[in-house]
Design a protein around this ligand. Structure first.
Ligand code: SF4
Ligand code: SF4
Length: 372
């Protein structure tokens, strides 16, 4: 008979502060609680996985907090770098050049954050390491090479709502956020990208970048779905932004696929992964949009754990325990205990990712919250 899952430790720092202990001191306390300094050795290259924010979005984690985390990793003798992967869709982070520019414009310059930015999946998302897994949907995952190559992982997450997973927490930051473009495409879609012929100038760039020779360009480009290997390179290569993903995956299956990918990204990093989540500016949608709508609940605090499932569960419980703001995107569940994520995205069962991750063995939903 299987043992019931034990409880994981999650540490919480509220946002109250005074002249003797500011929020950076409290962040230090959280990092000490999860033994950050003991997890990395001298010379380790540690990936600090975060979201630099799309241009126009202001809800991402402020660089001054990231700098504090960087300082603590350096104090342990390791070498941190800030990282994220290129997006599947065309925006200001769709290739490494515009992604780096966006990161710097949003404040993640070396002079501010104290560590270099390395986009983890190469110039256009071709930097892939294939990781074998025994997942529910995948036996192999396309993980961004520089994250796969890193010795350790510090996952900094802005916890907010999300239109496909209910909330965007640590699991999503790892599962979707550490996937190279091919991995993101595999999670979001069941089939090849599609060309909108109305926007196509027949320039042929997509065909030049296609490793599978799957694109014919006549009067307009046409993708042969039988040949397509789902790398997503054509999406990044099209100067007219006229190739798009068929966003056809259901929210439940997408969450399960995300968990498969989280298992792949964490493979080999056992004991060397730490999660810090910021429950502030809990916006109704992810930071990939070029705007952020008003938060739906009051800011709560910062959490840390070595368990990605427990920290997401704890963040969700904290958000749901709040009284929701009126005149925001929150349509229901305003009362303490009301489901805020369903209140914004009513069709999405956000618990799927937590159940799937627990079943996959990368964490547990039960936790003990310790205030620092
Ligand atoms: S996704 Fe990759 S393989 Fe498929 S058509 Fe685009 S470039 Fe070719
Ligand atoms: S790169 Fe874009 S515009 Fe050029 S042929 Fe391909 S789909 Fe058409």
């Amino acid at each position: 008979m299987p043992h019931p899952p034990s409880k994981a430790k999650v540490y919480f720092a509220g946002l109250r502060a005074d002249s003797r202990r500011n929020l950076f001191d409290k962040l230090d306390g959280l990092l000490e609680a999860v033994s950050l300094a003991d997890r990395f050795k001298k010379g380790h290259l540690v990936a600090v996985k975060l979201h630099f924010g799309e241009t126009g979005n202001a809800a991402f984690i402020p660089p001054v907090f990231v700098r504090r985390v960087v300082e603590r990793i350096k104090a342990a003798g390791a070498n941190p770098f800030l990282t994220d992967t290129n997006t599947l869709y065309v925006g200001t982070r769709g290739n490494s050049v515009s992604h780096l520019k966006t990161a710097i414009e949003n404040g993640f310059a070396y002079a501010v954050a104290g560590a270099p930015v390395i986009i983890a999946d190469g110039l256009r998302g071709e930097g892939v390491t294939r990781v074998k897994i025994n997942g529910r949907h995948f036996k192999e995952a396309s993980i961004a090479s520089e994250i796969a190559n890193a010795d350790g992982l510090v996952v900094l997450t802005h916890f907010k709502c999300h239109e496909m997973s209910g909330f965007g927490g640590a699991l999503k930051n790892v599962g979707m956020g550490c996937a190279a473009r091919a991995g993101k495409l595999a999670q979001h879609s069941n089939c090849a990208p599609v060309v909108d012929p109305a926007g196509c100038t027949a320039c042929g760039e997509c065909s030049l970048h296609c490793p599978a020779d799957a694109i014919d360009v006549g009067a307009a480009a046409v993708i042969n779905a039988n040949l397509c290997i789902g790398c997503g390179h054509c999406i990044a290569a099209c100067p007219e932004s006229t190739i798009d993903v068929r966003w056809d995956e259901t929210a439940g299956r997408l969450q399960e696929k995300m968990v498969d990918y989280a298992c792949a990204a964490l493979k080999g990093k056992e004991g060397r992964a730490v999660y810090v989540s910021f429950v502030r500016d809990v916006s109704p949608a992810c930071d990939c949009y070029g705007h952020n709508d008003a938060p739906i609940v009051p800011d709560a605090g910062i959490l840390a754990s070595t368990d990605p499932v427990a920290i997401d569960q704890a963040c969700a419980d904290i958000v749901n325990a709040e009284t929701g703001f009126k005149n925001t995107a929150l349509a229901s569940g305003h009362e303490p205990g009301g489901d805020k994520f369903r209140g914004v995205h009513p069709a999405v069962d956000w618990g799927v990712q937590l159940d799937a991750a627990e079943a996959a063995g990368i964490g547990v939903r039960r936790y003990a919250l310790e205030k620092i």
